[in-house]
Write a protein that binds this ligand. Structure first.
Ligand code: ATP
Ligand code: MG
Length: 781
């Protein structure tokens, strides 16, 4: 849809401010033709959204920085500018700005490395001049690490980086320090300055959250959805929302950027009311440097082994340049890092190769640790063998990231993918072959700052025949409870007819609605209850949010805050392969016999009592990083609690109900994740879904209670439940009577009979046949 004439659109941003009117330019200080010291403002006389490529290029080549108080551009700026001018998108600036000026929605397709993420938002700033209108340009990224690192790069490119200007808030790790003008926002970390930041990189999830409180996203003049081809859940929902917001805000511009593939799909989706039913597409081809790709001749039996071999081979045989290896998950990555380090050291000692720096990268690493991938490679050895950096990463390094110096990519062809089975309500991560699109993205990580090589550890035949073209959209593979809650909070009631690019299975939506209804977030008509409203505002899964919100009633909100934080960070228990016994003994000091949730609390309390000491963590086989993160998450969640006036209280530790209160609050959130013991051999059956499960090896219960509540369903060779705590059937009946109505269970199920016994007992009608059972239970109690 081309933009309506300015007269009609009269947007809230004020389309006819002096800034936008060339004839009134003299009235605007910031946009005035000169500053007090007589320096000419490069933006003088330009009309926002009517800026041409020549004008934009003049801004880039100017003597002073119009986005930063007309400060003279540094020498560093000019150096990077030369690199920027060589990027493929630079040649397309003219076409891009014309399309951008004329249309509300633009689809941008560009090969990896062509300059989409770093350049397009800057072009938009030249044309949009958000800083003169008190608005911002947003550019979304599916991943935090990309949002942070790209923001930093762009701050450098715009000469707007000022070390130390933005200090991380208390409790946060050292974060990337950016200029005030360019910022980023990721969950639990907002590095922007209201009123100053005009270009903001952010995760797609954060923009979605903002939409809940600012439904028309009024603070943005242009929104750029980057890496749309990744089809993350949040990006998919944002696309649907933005289509709608665009109709209500003719002044809002939207750009959807994608690597190759499927751009027609995006253009058609955004093509309502456009000529030919399609949004305009701007295409950029050609990545900056060539990447040579190699396949193996035969399929590899063990991809991790093959990957390690390949990395070490590159280190010994190839020219200077860093290596990026893709593996699937934290454990595999840490393990591979250890092996590569050990073997690399051996090679170096024998004088067969230079020094190695091996750095892991995965989503659960805290941001400042993730930044280590940008550390420089070690210098060459004394006899001149090149030093090398090896980054071993999950697919979070697959898109958007430029790690300067990466020349070699090793791609075994696998990733961990989320899959959701609505029938048994289980979401799990499975190792699966990647798609062709992913393989190309991975290869694209080489050749960004110089020519590169990509080693694929699979055959060319498998690549052609076995790999799917594109990864399935996340929305088709996820539990949607959170999403549905967000959509409802956004005021979207008809979830089935929401304008999804790919609609999720109705069963998945039903499952989400059912869960929210049982949690009392929805009333019988499907409207959000006041409780549901608060739940939507707390950045946690609905079960955890519910548990937190009810916790003051049980006198344990301080504890539940700590527990929610501990459940939101990576595993705190370390168990190195060669020190299992020692690690288990250390864990035993914290173990609570009634459940793993209580054990986690013990750990948190002990950590605080020891002043958050890293050495103490190390000596007790605890992951200090996770605990720091838990502390940080707790601080943020506490703010959420305070916002809603939820009391922060504790039961006296000596009170006999101290632990029971905690278990009851837990039950209120997680009663849909309960299993009942069936048979004699320690196996359980999940309630309603009747999946046979066993307690996970890590479980610290000293007995096998009849009823347990679990945090996680783990699907490996067998089904396990992890992080398990004993619950009482009386609580289940009291806090979730509908869900545990015996009538709703199959006639012969053991769980049903057990519930009926509890009800009968309560009403004093214990049948004689049950006496034996009762006796047994009494003994156990
Ligand atoms: N931190 C950096 N250090 C050095 N060069 C960089 C850096 N970030 C970007 N570049 C340069 O800018 C180029 C464009 O990067 P950009 O992230 O904008 O590409 P893109 O088109 O978004 O790629 P992708 O599809 O992979 O996300 C890179 O290929 C690289 O040459
Ligand atoms: Mg990009």
């Amino acid at each position: 849809m081309s933009e309506p004439p300015a007269k009609r659109s009269k947007p809230s941003s004020g389309a006819s401010t002096p800034a936008e009117n060339p004839y009134l330019a003299h009235m605007n200080d910031k946009n005035g033709s000169s500053s007090s010291n007589g320096v000419k403002n490069p933006l003088a006389g330009l009309v926002p959204r009517k800026v041409t490529a020549d004008q934009a290029k003049a801004i880039m080549d100017a003597d002073v920085n119009p986005f930063k108080g007309l400060a003279p551009f540094s020498a560093g700026y000019r150096k990077i500018l030369e690199v920027r001018k060589n990027l493929p998108v630079y040649d397309k600036m003219d076409e891009f700005l014309k399309v951008f000026s004329k249309n509300q929605i633009t689809v941008m397709e560009g090969q990896t490395g062509s300059g989409k993420t770093t350049q397009i938002p800057q072009f938009v700033c030249y044309a949009d001049m958000p800083h003169l209108r008190g608005k911002m340009v947003a550019c979304t990224q599916p991943r935090r690490v990309a949002a942070m690192s790209v923001a930093k790069r762009v701050a450098d490119e715009m000469d707007a980086r000022q070390a130390g200007v933005l200090q991380p808030t208390a409790g946060q790790d050292r974060a990337v320090q950016l200029g005030k003008q360019i910022g980023y926002s990721i969950r639990f970390e907002d590095m922007t300055e209201p009123g100053t930041t005009f270009l903001k990189y952010m995760t797609d999830g954060m923009l979605l959250r903002e939409a809940m409180n600012d439904p028309l996203l009024e603070r943005y003049s242009t929104i750029i959805l980057d890496e749309a081809h990744e089809r993350t859940l949040a990006t998919d929902i944002l696309m649907g929302l933005l289509k709608d917001i665009a109709k209500q805000r003719p002044d809002l511009k939207i750009i959807v950027m994608s690597a190759t593939l499927d751009v027609d799909k995006f253009a058609n989706y955004f093509g309502d009311n456009q000529p030919g039913g399609k949004a305009p597409i701007v295409k950029v081809s050609g990545r900056t440097f060539p990447v040579e790709t190699f396949f193996t001749q035969e399929p590899e039996q063990d991809y991790v082994e093959a990957a390690i071999r390949t990395v070490l081979f590159i280190h010994q045989a190839e020219d200077e340049g860093d290596v990026l290896l893709f593996l699937t998950g934290e454990e595999e990555i840490e393990d591979a890092c250890r092996k590569i380090r050990a073997e690399g050291e051996e090679l170096a000692n024998k004088g067969m190769a230079g020094p190695l720096l091996v750095v892991p990268l995965y989503a659960s690493l805290p941001p400042h640790q993730q930044q280590r991938i940008f550390d420089p490679a070690p210098p060459p050895s004394r006899d001149g063998l090149p030093g090398r950096k090896v980054v071993v990463s999950t697919n979070i390094a697959e898109t958007s990231l430029t790690i300067d110096g990466i020349v070699y990519v090793v791609d075994p062809g696998f990733c961990k993918q989320k899959v959701y089975n609505p029938r048994i309500r289980v979401e799990s991560l499975l190792v699966t072959p990647i798609s062709k699109a992913s393989a190309n993205q991975r290869a694209g990580r080489a050749g960004r700052t110089r020519p590169g090589k990509c080693f694929r550890l699979y055959t060319e035949k498998d690549f052609v025949k076995e790999l799917e073209d594109a990864t399935h959209p996340e929305i088709l593979r996820s539990n949607l409870a959170n999403t549905v809650l967000e959509l409802l909070k956004l005021g979207i009631k008809d979830l089935v007819h929401f304008d999804y690019m790919d609609a999720p299975a109705p069963e998945t939506i039903m499952r989400a609605l059912e869960l929210l209804h049982y949690l009392a977030a929805l009333d019988d008509e499907g409207n959000l209850t006041p409780l549901g409203e608060i739940m939507a505002d707390i950045p946690l899964d609905p079960q955890l949010a519910k548990m937190l919100i009810v916790s003051p009633e049980f006198g344990c909100s301080n504890e539940m805050l700590s527990l929610a934080a501990m459940l939101s960070v990576p595993n705190v228990f370390l168990r190195p392969a060669n020190q299992r016994k020692e690690a288990d003994m250390a864990k035993a000091q914290f173990t609570h016999p009634d459940g793993d949730h209580l054990t986690l609390l013990n750990v948190y309390h002990a950590y605080k009592a020891n002043g958050g000491d890293k050495n103490w963590c190390w000596n007790n086989y605890l992951n200090a990083r996770s605990l720091v993160q838990a502390d940080n998450v707790r601080t943020q969640l506490k703010r959420n609690m305070e916002k809603f006036d939820l009391e922060l209280v504790s039961t006296a530790f000596e009170d006999k109900n101290y632990w029971n209160n905690i278990r009851q609050a837990l039950t209120c959130g997680f009663f849909m994740q309960v299993a009942h013991k069936e048979g004699e051999r320690g196996s359980y059956s999940t309630i309603k879904d009747n999946q046979v499960v066993r307690l996970h090896l890590s479980c610290g219960l000293d007995h096998t209670p009849e009823w347990v509540l679990y945090n996680e369903f783990v699907l490996t060779t067998a089904n396990f439940i992890r992080t398990v705590t004993e619950v009482r059937p009386e609580w289940l009946l009291e806090y979730a009577p509908q869900y545990f109505d015996p009538e709703s269970f199959p006639e012969k199920s053991e769980a049903r009979r057990a519930l009926e016994r509890v009800i009968a007992k309560k009403s004093g009608k214990v049948r004689s046949s049950d006496k034996k059972d009762k006796k047994k239970r009494k003994e156990r109690a």
